[in-house]
Ligand binder design. Structure first.
Ligand SMILES: [Mg+2]
Length: 310
């Protein structure tokens, strides 16, 4: 654990640094308020700081105020070091954003106790940040498969469609639906069905580029979005997706479950409504089902691509 000391008095600074090092802390030292502020607003700065009140340039309370106003994500625990201890001073110091005080000359056991409090607050703060990040993540994800949920998927599709307008690029959309999924649930049970859905997202994810997007649209329907893709590239990746899904059976407990998917693929070069794109991809998906399942149907001409591939 690293602590920043901001103190203009050399002797005080040395004593404080030695004490902290003796307790196993790493110590960073600065001699004035401006340098302290600069350091405390960098992402990799220590999260705990002991700041002298009286310093050349910015004083301690000003440093605290500026750190609080810097809008940083990571909380800094700030202890003001001061010879002052009348009530007005304490109020001023606290309202500037300091978390605690330490009077000069400091008493070792008091310093130690105040540092413990600081650690406790910082640990709580980190837990809160983690919990918030977890919630944010969960709110965008499908609980079963971990891919984007429907709401987030639709928002992403809309954003990507808008982006085609700005960049002149294309957006490829592959809507795929597991074949005879109801049979899987009926024959092997819902837990087996869940495992199939997880396996499918894993297999499909393995075929995607890192900026492609995968989401669950409905029960056994998924959508993959391919920003900045050509018709030929989209044709190839769609065939790969289909093959990856049926590449091998899913094993669940004692059961071996054959799976496949039908895919409807569409491409757009300008902003349109998500409904339009989905209706188009859905019509292609319907054709794929009608023509025997485990196949891909496109809304554009693939004669050239398929000829090249053969
Ligand atoms: Mg001073």
């Amino acid at each position: 654990m690293k602590i920043l000391i901001a103190e203009d008095d050399l002797v005080n600074r040395m004593i404080l640094a030695q004490t902290l090092k003796g307790w196993g802390y790493e110590v960073e030292q600065v001699e004035d308020g401006d340098t302290a502020l600069k350091r405390l607003t960098q992402n990799d700065s220590p999260t705990l700081a002991i700041i002298d009140w009286m310093m050349p340039g910015m004083d301690g309370p000003d440093v605290c105020k500026a750190v609080r106003n810097s809008g940083q994500e990571l909380y800094r625990y700030l202890i003001l070091l001061t010879a002052r201890n009348d009530t007005d001073d304490l109020v001023h110091g606290l309202s500037s954003g300091a978390d605690d005080f330490l009077s000069k000359p400091f008493v070792r056991e008091e310093l130690r106790a105040r540092l413990r409090t600081g650690h406790r607050i910082l640990a709580l703060q980190n837990e809160l940040i983690d919990a918030r990040e977890d919630l944010r993540y969960q709110a965008t994800r499908d609980a079963l498969t971990g891919v984007l949920n429907r709401g987030t998927l639709m928002r992403r599709m809309q954003e990507e469609l808008q982006r085609t307008e700005r960049t002149g690029g294309a957006l490829g959309v592959a809507l795929f639906d597991l074949d005879n999924f109801k049979n899987v649930n009926d024959t092997f049970g819902h837990l087996a069905g869940d495992e199939v859905l997880r396996q499918v997202t894993k297999r499909v994810s393995g075929e995607l580029r890192k900026y492609d997007v995968l989401g669950r649209y409905g029960g056994e329907e998924f959508i993959a979005l391919f920003p900045e893709i050509t018709e030929e590239g989209l044709t190839q990746v769609s065939e790969r997706l289909r093959k990856a899904i049926c590449s091998e059976p899913v094993q669940f407990e004692q059961s071996t479950i054959d799976i496949s998917a039908s895919v409807g693929v569409s491409i757009r070069y300008s902003e349109t409504s998500t409904e339009d794109v989905l209706a188009e991809a859905d019509a292609a998906l319907y054709r794929a089902k009608e023509q025997g399942r485990n196949r891909v149907e496109y809304t554009y001409d693939t004669t050239l691509h398929l000829r090249k591939a053969s």
